[in-house]
Design a protein around this ligand. Sequence first.
Ligand code: DX5
Ligand code: ZN
Length: 221
Amino acid sequence: MSVKAKIGPSILNADLANLGAESKKLLDNGADYLHLDVMDGNFVPNLTFGHPMVKSLRNKIKTAFFETHMMVQNPEQWISPMADAGVNLYTFHIEPVDDVYKVSRLVQEAGMQVGLAIKPGTKVADLEKYISIADVVLVMTVEPGFGGQSFMADMMPKVEWLRQNYPNLDIEVDGGVGPKTIECCAKSGANMIVSGTAVVGATDQRQVIKDMRDVVQSYLK
Ligand code: DX5
Ligand code: ZN
């Protein structure tokens, strides 16, 4: 199998006034990428930050891989400013989008990788026709909108199905993932792991990141 275990901390529940330092600390402690949760108060009932903040972060952190998780009603609107802000992977929800092919093509033309996300209520079958254009598929394991929610184990059949049918696909899980739930995700075949509260709040971030990556990698072999 060619996919690798990667841990991408979500900085949603970090100290956002110290985003640069918090992000650097996570990367120094072994994070493989940063998962940046962008919310518009419309697609989800919460508001976070947009491209100006991502751009400021990129000015401080030149080389790390940035994913933006676009929990927004109109992802097409933010493609160009996010590309300009130095985003590597632009993950958007398929639910509010009429033409997923078109938005994906625009993301690629802007020089970013394409991530396609589904909420807990969205069937994996609704995503299937787009998999060939996706670099990453994100299966949400909480309702998007807030950090610190409980992991939904009943989302694992989606991950299992994807892994069985697409052995080389990057499959990401997001929401309530930490040392207690990592085994479940790993066993199901997820290889890109978003973890917010469990990593950011850990006394030993390095250990938590390493332990989770080891568990995931052990199931990929
Ligand atoms: C939820 C976000 C997640 C989440 C992760 O809408 O997309 O990235 O905040 O945080 P934890 O791991 O605390 O659920
Ligand atoms: Zn997220």
